[in-house]
Design a protein around this ligand. Structure first.
Ligand code: ADP
Ligand code: MG
Length: 141
C-alpha cells in the first residue's frame, strides 16, 4: 500500500495527479472519492496532463462522461448527479472499462460493486482550507 500524500495547494494536488497519469496503462480505472470541493477534478486535471492530454476542460455538470485524447484515451466520468449502481449501469459505465483507455471516475462511491478488480482508489480528504490528505491504493477485488 502506498503511503498517504499530503498536499497544501491545488497545484500540489494537480502534480500528484500528473505523477499518476504518467504511469497509467490502458485499461486502468482510477476511482476518486471525496466530498464536494475536495479536489477530485483538480487531481484529474493533473492526471490528464500526465497522460499527455492538451485540452482538458472540466466539464459542465450535465455531462457525465467526457473523452480526451492523450498517450492513452482518457474517459473522465463524473457521477455526481447519479443516485447509485442502477443509474451507473444505465449510462453503460462498465462498457468503458474494456476500451483500453484510462477511466477516471469522480464520486466513485456511487459505482461501488461495479468497479473492476485492480481499480486504483484515490481518497481525498480535506484537512483544512488548503490541506488535503490523498490516499492511493489498489483494490484487491
Ligand atoms: P471536487 O471535484 O472534488 O469537487 P475541485 O477540484 O473542483 O473539487 O475543487 C477543489 C477546490 O479546492 C478548488 O477550489 C481548489 O482551488 C481548492 N483547493 C484548495 N487547496 C487544495 C488542494 N490542496 N488540493 C486541491 N484543491 C484545493
Ligand atoms: Mg469535481
Amino acid at each position: 500500500m502506498s503511503p498517504d500524500l499530503f498536499t497544501s495547494s491545488p497545484d500540489d494536488t494537480r502534480a500528484a495527479g500528473m505523477e499518476m497519469g504518467k504511469k497509467l496503462s490502458p485499461g486502468d480505472v482510477v476511482a476518486i472519492s471525496g466530498e464536494l470541493g475536495a479536489g477530485k477534478t483538480t487531481f484529474i486535471k493533473g492526471l490528464a496532463e500526465g497522460l499527455g492530454v492538451s485540452e482538458f476542460v472540466s466539464s459542465p455538470s450535465f455531462i457525465i462522461i467526457n473523452e480526451y485524447n492523450g498517450r492513452i484515451p482518457l474517459f473522465h466520468v463524473d457521477l455526481y448527479r447519479l443516485r447509485g449502481n442502477k443509474e451507473v449501469i444505465d449510462i453503460n459505465l462498465p462498457e468503458y472499462f474494456d476500451r483500453q483507455g484510462v477511466v477516471a471516475i469522480e464520486w466513485a462511491e456511487k459505482a461501488k460493486g461495479i468497479l473492476p478488480e485492480n481499480t486504483i482508489e484515490v481518497l481525498i480528504d480535506p484537512l483544512g482550507e488548503k490541506k488535503r490528505k490523498i490516499r492511493i491504493r489498489r483494490r484487491a477485488c
